[in-house]
Structures are given as C-alpha cells and as structure tokens.
Design a protein around this ligand. Structure first.
Ligand code: GLC
Ligand code: MG
Length: 553
C-alpha cells in the first residue's frame, strides 16, 4: 500500500519510543553517514533503504537514536551539506517514501530518528540562489573593494581554504564560509526564518524526533562584516574573536526553534553543532529555552592524558550544570579523524576512550564504524577523494572548529598518526560481511575504496566474539541501560595514581589508565566490563596501559 506523503498525518505514524520525557538526557545516539552506511541498490552509495534494512543491527547494538546526515536533494559539492531542496530526498539516497518508511520502521523498533538541518547556507543550486533578485535579498551579497570592485568585501577566509567570497558574473560578491557552492543565507531576512521554521515543521510532521543543527554558531555575522586582519583567522578560529562564529545573535534563532520543537508532542530535540571557544560559551546554546544538547568538541579534542582529560570533563560538567542541561560526549564524527587513529594509541586506546565516554554522566554520540574499531583510512588515492577542502587547500577541514585550525591541528594530528587531515578517510563505507570489498556494503562496490584488510573488522567477523570491539560496545550499551548508576546523574572523582583517572557513579567505579604501561590500584571491586583483561594479584588490580574498566562497587 502506498501512502500519500504530501500531507503526512501524525495518526499514521508509529509513535516515537517512550523512554520517559527526557529521553535525550542520557541517550546514546548513533550517527549514520548515509552515503557510507549500507547500499541497497548496488550503485556503490549508501541509501535510506540500506539504513532501514540495517535497523535490526542498530537495535542489537543497543543505541537509543539514530542521527542521519543530510539526504536531501543536493549537487553533493560537500557531501550533501549543500542542500538544493530541503523537502526532497536526493535520488541517490532514495525517495520521500523511503524516508517515511525509515522513520516509521525505526520507531517500531524503538529507535528515535534525528535528521540534519543546514541553516547557515544552501546549495548554489537552491532556487533562491538561482534567482538573482531573490538571491540578493536572502544571501549575503556585498560590493567588492578596489577601484572596480575587483577585491573581496573583506578578508574572511573559507573554512575549506581560500577567500570566503566569490564574485558573480553580475559583479557583486557573495559570502560562503564553506565552499563557493554553499552561499551563506542572510539571517537578517525574516523570510529566511520563516522558511526554516516551515522546513522543520515538514520533517517534524513526518515524525522525526529532532534535528542536528549544522553550523549552529554561524548564522549571524557581526554588523558591518569587519575585517579580521591578514593571516589572523587561523590563529583566532578557536576563540570568540571571529566575526562570523558564535555571535550572540544566534541565540534568538535557537530560542525560536525551541518553541517550535516544544509545540510538538514527544520530546523532539535540537542538538547544536556549535564550535564555541569555551565550555561556558557552548553552554549558552543549551540554556533551558534554547537547544537540548550541543556536541562537546572540547572532549573530542582532548589529548589522551589523565590531567587534561579530567579538566575537560570537569569543565564540561560544570558548564552544562550551570544551565541545567546534560553534557554530551563524542569521540568521532564524519569531520574528524577516527579516534582509533587520532588518539595515537590504536585500538587499545580507542576502546578505553569509548568506555570512559560511556561511563560519564550525560548523552553520548557514536559515529558509524567506531563500534567496529575502524581506523582512519590514510592512503586514499587523490583521484577518489571528494572532500571539497582537499581541492581548495583548506587542510585540515572539519566542522569549522579546532579541526579547521590550520595552526595547531594538522601538525598535532599528522605527527601522531600520519593522517592527512582531510575528511574522506573517516567516510569509507562500512564493512558488514565477507572476505573482500565491498564487504556486504552493497552489491556494486563502494564510492570510496575499502582497505584489503577489513575482512577481520566486519560486523559478521566480530559478532559473537567476546574479545571484539563490536561486542565491547554491545555489552557497554547494555550495561548502561541496566545499571541505574550510569547515564544521567552525578559522578565523583576518586584517588588514583598519576596517569590514572578514577571516578564513581552510583554503584560503579570507572578507572582509566592513560599511561602506556601497567598501573597498580587497590582492587576496587568486581569487574563489570573492561577494554582489556585486568590481572589481579592479591588485593591489587593491574590496570593494563591504555585501558578502561568498569567495576561494581
Ligand atoms: C558541518 C558539517 C560538515 C560540513 C560543514 C558545512 O561542519 O559537519 O561536514 O562540511 O558543516 O556545512
Ligand atoms: Mg545506493
């Protein structure tokens, strides 16, 4: 039976899973990068039907919700973050019916669905931008400088490299904080506000449980679009001094979206992809009348070292507590080097970092494939790359945050692991089964080549093996559900030797050895779960280097 999609009715939807009103406070949310998750039609590109078929896998993993990266009609100049029609599904990924089916089936399985919304910019193929009159009103156009207007209006640089301005053949310039194919909208225009509210209603009516808001810190620019000063942008990008990020004006927009979300039943949420210079600035996005969550990139960027990790955790908890919001934790996403590689300690360290994250109070975001322990793919040939930053020299890219800090990130990252800082290496399609590429991803290859040694990392190969990373994730997520002390709530630090972190949740102690060698600890209790086997001699636990253990206390 086919159903009319133009006017979806809430009655027809499977109701969203009920895990209490504030389900999001400690939800584990799994990021599906649609293009690379599962391909149903053999074109080598993951799609919505592929995701739907694999929902049982996500259910068995034990996550609460799925966040889908953009699947809207798009020329794909930036992996779909260049949207030409916010109410249409790109044929690459399926149809609106497929989206509807996916949301419904997910709800039936007890999984919530969050979709991406991209309000800072559209595609240059969006009908508004294609119409010169509309474009001038709804995007950021300025005359150029110089005698004939031949110079950009100011010195801002694109996150992907090169100037943030492109001149049209009509002679004026438009702003694009990202690729030239992603013109920035003018949020001073009320029609822009109205349109995004309508787009959100469209997806909320279709049943989505919330939005991940792309570049949530970018929509408002400082009045007069002031120059930054030549060469200063790269050093300032992690601070609040930039005139195009984290301007106070963005908060009024988030407040209006909160009202919209609250007007729907079922605890729909907004999560901000906001890069703010401090945890305190980030907390402003999750004040009670703003969004529900914000990604904690401070945690993602923390080095694997006990003292700074502890500082970041304290800072994050204090900042969000000051506004009554839960903290979120994230280690990997589609913009950064996978944490198996980024932390510089291979799988041992990645597994330990994950158990640390999942023991902390609040909500956690997982990025597809981390549960398989996938490393960053660092040897992609140039001819298969798609990251626009690669072609514009904006190394490294990432989400306009520290990952884009050309002063610090590339050296720190490249030094640790030899990765190149571009984003295709974390977007290689998932290995599901079998001995050879595309490892069950689909019937027709994969849009980026998969390494020849991923046969040992497939879902099939890891399922049922208690030593596998997949089973570690499954057990951790199951314990998070079963043990009342984990998830939302409090934690308190406990004494631990140098290089080791120990904190208690109700009934659970979490120990993390960040050192590269064994650390000794008085035996705290019974092991619930550990990223590596923990030998015990007498009343002493020998915590292996780069390990994390959950103890029943
Ligand atoms: C966000 C996305 C990133 C994209 C950028 C521009 O940072 O996560 O993938 O390139 O926004 O939309
Ligand atoms: Mg496909």
């Amino acid at each position: 039976m086919t159903q009319e999609l133009t006017s979806p009715t809430r009655a027809r939807q499977a109701p969203a899973p009920d895990r209490g009103p504030q389900w999001w406070r400690d939800a584990v949310i799994y990021q599906v990068y649609v293009r690379s998750f599962a391909d149903s039609d053999g074109d080598g590109i993951g799609d919505l039907r592929g995701v739907r078929r694999r929902l049982p896998y996500l259910k068995s993993l034990g996550v609460d919700a799925v966040w889908l990266t953009p699947f809207y009609a798009s020329p794909q100049a930036d992996g779909g973050y260049d949207v030409a029609d916010y109410r249409a599904v790109d044929p690459l990924f399926g149809s609106l019916q497929d989206a509807d089916d996916l949301i419904r089936t997910a709800h039936e399985a007890g999984l919530r669905v969050i979709v991406d919304i991209v309000p800072n910019h559209t595609s240059d193929r969006h009908p508004w931008f294609m119409d010169p009159d509309l474009a001038r009103e709804r995007y950021v156009f300025r005359p150029g400088k110089g005698a004939r207007g031949e110079l950009p209006p100011n010195d801002w640089e694109s996150v992907f490299g090169g100037p943030a301005w492109t001149r049209t053949d009509r002679g004026d310039w438009y702003l694009h904080l990202f690729a030239p194919e992603q013109p920035d909208l003018d949020w001073d225009n009320p029609e822009v506000h109205a349109e995004f509210a309508a787009i959100m209603r469209f997806w909320l009516d279709l049943g989505v449980d919330g939005f991940r808001i792309d570049v949530a810190h970018g929509m408002v620019k400082a009045p007069g679009l002031p120059d930054i000063g030549r060469g200063r942008q790269a050093t300032l990008i992690g601070t609040q001094a930039l005139p195009f990020f984290d301007q106070d004006g963005v908060h009024a927009i988030h407040r209006s979206w909160r009202r919209l979300l609250d007007s729907y039943p079922g605890d729909r949420i907004g999560v901000a992809e906001a890069w703010a210079p401090t945890a305190a600035r980030l907390a402003l996005y999750v004040r009670p009348d703003e969004l529900h969550q914000a990604f904690n990139f401070q945690f993602l960027n923390a080095p694997w070292d006990a003292a700074p990790l502890r500082d970041v955790i304290d800072d994050s908890l204090a900042a969000t507590a000051s506004v009554g919001a839960p903290t979120t934790w994230v280690l990997s996403n589609h913009d950064v080097v996978r944490h198996t590689t980024r932390l510089g300690g291979g799988l041992d360290r990645a597994r330990a970092a994950t158990l640390l994250m999942l023991a902390l109070p609040g909500s956690a975001y997982l990025y597809q494939g981390e549960e398989l322990g996938l490393p960053e793919v660092t040897d992609l040939p140039d001819e298969v790359r798609q990251d626009p930053a690669f072609f514009r020299g904006g190394r490294p890219t990432g989400a306009a945050g520290p990952g884009t800090d050309t002063e610090t990130a590339p050296d720190g990252l490249a030094g640790a692991s030899g990765q190149d800082g571009f984003r295709d290496g974390c977007r290689v399609p998932l290995p599901w089964s079998g001995e050879r590429p595309p490892y069950g991803f689909g019937a027709g290859g994969s849009w980026l080549p998969q390494p020849a040694d991923w046969d040992a990392l497939t879902v099939e190969a890891q399922t049922g093996d208690p030593a596998s990373t997949l089973e570690l994730y499954r057990t951790a997520l199951r314990l998070r559900r079963e043990l009342p002390g984990l998830g939302d709530g409090r934690m308190s630090w406990r004494p631990a030797p140098e290089g080791v972190l120990a904190f208690a949740r109700s009934g659970v102690l979490c120990t993390v050895n960040t050192l590269g060698r064994t650390a000794e600890l008085p035996l705290p209790g019974r092991v619930l779960l550990s990223s590596a086997p923990v030998p015990v001699t007498g009343s002493t636990a020998l915590l292996p280097g780069d390990s994390c253990t959950w103890w029943a206390i």
